[in-house]
Design a protein around this ligand. Sequence first.
Ligand SMILES: [Zn+2]
Ligand SMILES: [Zn+2]
Length: 303
Amino acid sequence: MISEPRLRTLLAQASKTAENGKLAAALTLYQQIVEEAPNEVEGWLGVAQLNPDPRKREEAYERVLALEPENPLALVGLATLRGEPVSEEVRLAAAALVTPVKAEESPTKEQEAEELVAETAVDLPFPPVDPRHDHVELTCYRHPSRKTGLRCYTCDKPICTQCAKKTPVGYRCPECIREAEDAFFNATPLDYVVALLVSLPLSLLVGFLLSLIGGGFFFILLIFFIGGAVGSLIGRLTKQAVGRRRGRYLPHLVAASVVIGGLFAAAPALIGLLFGSLGSLFGLIVPGIYTFIASSAAFYQMK
Ligand SMILES: [Zn+2]
Ligand SMILES: [Zn+2]
């Protein structure tokens, strides 16, 4: 029976090998893993993902389901292979495994994996590439001239290593990544209107107040703090107004509102410059610093 540390090492090496594009070698590793540890879900998922033979892939997914009947990746993978419909619930569960938030957690896991591989690389001879897999010629659905043995975990389409994105649970094509992100970004078009209606008047009001205050030296020091506080406040109020929903471009919209407010504050100095008054340059300092700091703060709050 395989020991737990050795199993982890093999899994890490298989994932690393696949990531480096050596797909046939990765498949051989996964096959070796499930041979030694037939109850290893991650190993069967690896086989299911990399095996070019649809029957073998189906079999591997069935093994996963025998171990974990609710595994959404296997449910989606199997249904896709058989051309059967998948419930929205299961598809979302599978997509949830690849939301951007989750994906960002992976570096530490990958670092661990790299360390494991480095530690044990000496006693693990690289498995020979199985020549049987070289007959199957799949091509990337986005690059018909590129051969590949890799498929998207979610939609099963063949993808090349350049298009595929490694997520903690497997490879995804750009379309499926986008779909997972769309599930993450839940703002409605109305939210964009609301965000504009809240952030723009606030930003213009601040711009107007700034243009009244002017740019004394002491105020230049203060504006760093004021800019951050005001930008955060505009971001927070807008976020509340849209029910805390996330929008792909909502942060950009609110930051743009703040910039328009900053331009309003800079208008007197800009007009002075137009008429050749170089002294007006000084008047740009406060609006300039405010715009930069407040728009960054607002953007950050909206994320
Ligand atoms: Zn896909
Ligand atoms: Zn491609």
